[in-house]
Write a new protein. Structure first.
Length: 288
């Protein structure tokens, strides 16, 4: 028997049993989050330097009460139209800029920014040429207009017909059927989301394109910033959202589709709204 017919010897342990490492080879770790957003009390003027702020203080007292009573009272909106310049400046400083931004497209577009206090939102409705036609603050897990406008005019049924699919499409048709069945049931009574984790499924670019074509694009876009970014978009199908999570280097780490009224990641938690009530009360004490 010559050497070409022999079964090669495999060294399971000892020298030669492991592949040789290159001299410059290094361990490659996942990049960890570099920063984390935390609450810091906003910089506000001293009482003697604030000017005529009594209208702002009166309004903020009502806002604080709405925050404290949110669990039983629900959302509450307050217009800033009648405030003077000093009062507007004080409210702008107190609100600051929080983690969540929302835009609502349509005939009456909305621009919404969460304040540094969770559950307290600055809401502006825009008119012709981007002119602000309503400006106010709203207390709530999510502003009411998001519930009202996210799926205004959206399709109540999902078209699952796929007559002309690209050759590369594999699993999108079955996911469309699953989503259509869930849409017919509507959101869960307890508010829990029905989640399709696309990251864990064998999907290619053609599958994702097919899903996007059938779901369409809705009017609401939500950006939530924390360890990374969470980008949330309503679709043209009722109660269906597409959510993408990115790490601090803007790399997609989780891709999901949810059937829910509004995704939990976009909503302020009840306990955070309660904390906001205490924080606003502490700020107002400075001006008593």
């Amino acid at each position: 028997m010559d050497d070409s017919q022999r079964i090669p010897m495999v060294h399971r342990v000892g020298p030669g049993s492991q592949p040789l490492a290159e001299a410059d080879q290094q361990l490659d770790y996942m990049t960890m989050p570099a920063t984390m957003a935390t609450y810091h009390q906003p910089a506000i003027p001293e009482p003697e330097e604030a000017g005529d702020i009594q209208p702002a203080l009166a309004l903020l007292q009502q806002v604080q009460q709405a925050l404290a009573g949110f669990a039983t009272g629900g959302n509450a909106a307050f217009s800033l139209a009648d405030l003077n310049h000093d009062s507007r400046e004080l409210i702008n400083q107190i609100l600051g800029v929080g983690e969540v931004s929302i835009s609502v497209d349509g005939e009456a577009p909305m621009q919404i920014q969460e304040s540094v206090m969770a559950g307290l939102w600055r809401v502006q409705q825009l008119g012709a040429e981007g002119r602000v036609v309503w400006d106010g603050v709203e207390v709530g897990a999510v502003p009411e207009c998001v519930y009202q406008l996210a799926f205004a005019g959206a399709r109540r049924q999902l078209d699952t017909q796929t007559p002309q699919l690209a050759v590369a499409v594999m699993n999108a048709p079955s996911l469309l059927v699953e989503l259509a069945e869930r849409m017919a049931l509507g959101p869960a009574a307890d508010g829990a989301a029905y989640v399709l984790n696309l990251t864990l499924l064998p999907l290619n670019d053609a599958d994702l394109y097919c899903l996007g074509e059938h779901l369409g694009v809705g009017p609401v876009t939500i950006l939530s910033r924390g360890y990374g970014n969470c980008r949330i978009g309503s679709t043209a199908c009722r109660d269906v959202w597409w959510i993408k999570y990115f790490n601090s280097e803007d790399v997609l780490i989780l891709n999901t589709i949810e059937v829910v009224a509004v995704p939990e990641v976009a909503r302020a938690a009840p306990e955070d709204i309660e904390d906001s009530a205490h924080r606003l009360a502490e700020i107002l004490e400075i001006y008593q």
